[in-house]
Design a protein around this ligand. Structure first.
Ligand code: GLP
Length: 245
């Protein structure tokens, strides 16, 4: 389902409705909400916060599952995705910090990182899988940190960040040199197992990536094209991000 709205605020509102309706038909355990970082879903999280304030939603028993995390940032670093999600999601929608799952990017060495990736997959399975996964899209079509060339069936693993993604994300750090070179990310195969996917994209900088993902061929060159494979995907766009469709 492709929902095009006139502006980012309305896009966020519609994405929030898609999240809430997806969580309403959750599996038998506690609801599990997959969380993306980046600027795209911030309006959606604030819209969910307003739904909580209005008594229309309650995330008291919800588990949050992060898409990805940088490798090698010191624990507590403000741009580490655990800290970002604590600020931008837990604090906004009332999700308990102890119910927030983030891959352990502080694990040192490739064996420890591989173990952290496997532990993350196991934790998602233990929670009963993700009910609704919130997604942004990179300007190069990445999902989570699955850069172009990622295997379409990939699982949570260590990835090297592309030069473009490091440049795009340098705005959150003091300079390009401080941006981590690696990350742990859910794989495309992991993401596809969520029961519903809700992707948010706004602004003309995303128009090409959105068009390639939605109307182009399904290809590892555009990781977000895997959305075409999922039976319950809601893509929420403003007119600028939809301009290439
Ligand atoms: C990062 C995140 C992605 C996110 C992307 C886009 O790379 N790992 O999950 O979708 O940024 O960010 P933004 O929404 O700020 O454009």
């Amino acid at each position: 389902e492709i929902l095009v709205s006139p502006d980012p605020d309305r896009t966020a509102e519609r994405a929030a409705e898609a999240v809430l309706s997806g969580l309403a038909r959750t599996h038998s355990g506690d609801p599990v909400l997959g969380l993306a970082t980046g600027s795209s879903p911030l309006g959606l999280y604030r819209a969910l916060g307003r739904a909580v304030d209005a008594g229309r939603a309650d995330f008291g028993t919800t588990h949050g599952v992060a898409l990805d995390e940088y490798v090698g940032l010191p624990p507590g670093h403000p741009e580490g995705y655990r800290q970002v999600l604590l600020r931008e999601v837990c604090g906004v929608i009332g999700l308990a910090p102890e119910r927030l799952e983030v891959p352990d990017g502080s694990a040192a060495g490739s064996a420890a990182l591989e173990a952290a990736a496997a532990a993350y997959e196991a934790r998602i399975a233990e929670l009963g899988g993700v009910d609704v996964q919130v997604l942004g899209i990179g300007a190069n079509g990445h999902l989570g940190f699955n850069e172009p060339g990622s295997a379409l069936t990939s699982r949570t693993r260590v990835k090297r960040l592309s030069a473009r993604t490091r440049r795009d994300n340098a705005r959150f750090f003091t300079g390009l040199d401080d941006v981590p070179t690696h990350c742990l990310t859910q794989g495309l195969g992991t993401i596809l197992e969520a029961r519903r996917l809700v992707l948010v994209a706004t602004g003309d900088g995303k128009a090409d990536a959105v068009a390639a993902a939605i109307e182009g061929p399904l290809t590892a060159s555009v990781p977000a094209s895997v959305l075409q494979w999922h039976a319950d995907t809601v893509v929420c766009l403003d007119e600028a991000a939809a301009a290439g469709l």
